[in-house]
Each structure stands twice: as C-alpha cells, then as structure tokens.
Design a protein around this ligand. Structure first.
Ligand code: KG4
Ligand code: ZN
Length: 336
C-alpha cells in the first residue's frame, strides 16, 4: 500500500511544533520550537507573548518538518491540528496555519484534542489494545481516562483544584527554581528523603478524583514558617517529601481505577509523565497488583507538548472520518 503522510500542528501553550507522520506510527520529523526562555522571567506562560512566538515560528517549523521528512505538500493525505484545550491565542495560530495549508492544497483538515494527543505519544511504544486507561498528568490537567474502544474517551477521575504539573511549578518557585520547575524538583527529590510527610489528600476516598492544592499549601506553609523562625530547611528533603506525596496520590488512585475498570493497557502521558518517581512507582505497583495490564510509558522525548503525538491521534481521527470545516475555531476549554 502507498504510505499515508499527515502534517500535524501543535501550538496550545508554549511550544510551536510541526511533525510529519507516516501511517500514524512513524515519526519522519517532529520540530519543536520552545519559548520557555521568554516566559521564565514572568514565572509562567504569558499568553500574549506565547501567541507572538507561535506566529514567528510556525512557518519555519513547517518548512523544516517537510524538508526533514523529505516530502512535499503534494504527498500529504491530510493536516491534523490541536484545536483545544489550551490558550486561545496560541491555539488559533496552529489552527489558522493548518487551515491555510489544507485549503491551499485541498487536503482534509483533521481536528485533534490536545489531551488525546498526549495519550497517543504512547502509540510510538506499542499498538493500543482495548479496553485501556490513561493517567494524564500535565501542567494544565490531571485526569484518568477510560477508553472502552478506539476513539472513545471517558473521564473517570480528575483534579478538583490544581493540576499536578502546576503544583510542581508553584512549589518549585518557592524553592527558587525557574519555570517550569518539575524536572529540577524531580532531580532534587533523588538527593533527599521524605522527612516532612505532607498530606495525601483524598487517597482514602472511594472516588477517583485528585486534589493537590492542600499539598501545595502544606508545602508553602512549611517553608514560610521555617523562614519566620529564621530556619533553613533542607531543599532536597522538601523536594523528596513533595514528590513522595504526589507519587502516592497518583499511584493509589490509578490502582483504585484499575480495580474498577480492568484494562489491557495503562498509558502514562503528559509533561509530568517524564517524572522518574511516577514512572518507577506505576511500574512496581502494576507488576504487583495488576500484572495482566501492560504499562505504556510515553517516551521521555514525547511527554511534553509536541506535534508527533497530535499526528498519531490525528491518524486515528482521520480513519474515523473526523473532518473539520473552514470554520474550525479554537476551543480553549475543550474536554473529552
Ligand atoms: O504536557 P506539558 O508539556 O504541557 C501542558 O500541556 O501542560 O506539561 C508541562 C508540565 C510542567 O508543569 C512541568 O513542570 C512538568 O510538566 N514536568 C514535570 C517533569 N517534567 C516536566 N513534572 C514533574 N517531573 C518531571 N520530571
Ligand atoms: Zn500538554
């Protein structure tokens, strides 16, 4: 059969990314232009700054993605694009670029949900088997998603307040770590011990929801109280204690979900899926409690936002006949 090439766009937050994917499973190129340096001095993503960066980068990224893949517009079968959730101004740049190319080259426009995209980062590890479940952990989301079959997503648990990545970034700031802080907190955690025993909210409750704001507040209060006493706490122990609580919460809720929804595979995806503690703990707990469930860890390079994951999800949408019209709009609050 002739290969099927998709051009994919991702611009929901602070990375501009364009990829070329062959047959939904092979990455021919995955160009990622990050803007982190421009946002760091503000301690978080500034939407207006993000949109401007996307505008500056998206054409360059597109040209590079095609040339690295060694194909032209005529070889494409479609254009896939993230249309939500995310920052409206950022999303609109990707949506507009994708529309322009699809319209000019008479190609189908394939809408992709950013969170479905995160799940499909794991598609580059193995073929999906259903029913499956995903633990999605990012800067904006923390959710357990059950997929009874391909192209069907049900949120069975989610955070009631902060997303886990957001909590990492906020406590990281208190420790003096630049945005985004998750990776450094993770590294520090390995150099310390869980001496603070921070609260694990809601783990004993029967529902599958999460809460991280209490943990975040406990952390911040501990540091501030010590400051007032003129006491300097061990930053590695603080990081280790925070991470131990996060890992306990995520693992316990996921195991609870698996007991209610037996699945063939569990996917760990999203920016926080790069966390070494979460990866190791899920691996250990799954082997012990649900050995019949296969763990698919999103590849480290594909945990953060990128267009390759959007291309893989877009391929499935394409096969299911999902097509957007020229009136496709960004949907900042898009859910499953
Ligand atoms: O998925 P992502 O790239 O963007 C969103 O869609 O939100 O996730 C970014 C988040 C940030 O909060 C960042 O601090 C966090 O992922 N993160 C980590 C690690 N690497 C990135 N959090 C904990 N441990 C890590 N190793
Ligand atoms: Zn994301």
């Amino acid at each position: 059969a002739t290969p099927l090439y998709l051009l994919a766009f991702e611009s929901s937050c602070d990375e501009t990314s364009v990829a070329v994917i062959k047959d939904g499973t092979e990455i021919l190129s995955n160009i990622i232009a990050t803007q982190i340096a421009s946002h760091q001095r503000f301690g978080g993503v500034v939407p207006e700054v993000a949109s401007r960066h996307h505008i500056e980068q998206i054409t360059k990224c597109t040209t590079e993605a095609l040339s690295q893949a060694g194909i032209g517009y005529d070889d494409l079968a479609g254009v896939a694009v993230t249309y939500g959730p995310g920052l409206v101004g950022s999303l609109l740049i990707g949506v507009t670029a994708a529309k322009a190319i699809a319209w000019a080259h008479q190609l189908p426009l394939i809408p992709v949900n950013h969170m479905a995209g995160h799940i499909y980062a794991a598609r580059y590890v193995a073929a999906f088997q259903y029913p499956m479940m995903a633990l999605l952990v990012s800067g904006g989301h923390t959710e357990l998603v059950y997929m009874p079959r391909e192209h069907e997503y049900q949120i069975i648990g989610e955070t009631r307040d902060d997303a886990v990545g957001e909590a990492y970034d906020k406590i990281g700031r208190v420790l003096g770590i630049n945005y985004p802080a998750g990776k450094t907190v993770d590294e520090w955690a390995h150099q310390g011990h869980d001496t603070f025993n921070f609260p694990r909210a809601m783990v004993k409750e029967a529902n599958l929801d999460f809460s991280f704001s209490g943990l975040k507040s406990a952390f911040i209060n501990t540091v501030h109280n010590a400051d007032q006493r003129g006491e300097q706490l061990n930053q590695y122990d603080l990081a280790a204690s925070f991470q131990a609580a996060v890992v306990d919460i995520l693992a316990e809720k996921t195991m609870k979900a698996l007991a209610q929804y037996p699945v063939k595979q569990l996917v760990l995806a999203g920016g926080v899926a790069a966390n070494s503690g979460v990866r190791a703990r899920l691996q250990a707990d799954l082997a012990r409690l649900h050995p019949q469930t296969e763990l698919l860890l999103a590849p480290l390079k594909l945990c953060g936002d990128n267009a390759a994951m959007i291309g893989a999800a877009g391929y499935v949408n394409y096969l299911h006949g999902d097509r957007a019209g020229w009136d496709l709009n960004a949907v900042p609050g898009l859910s499953f």
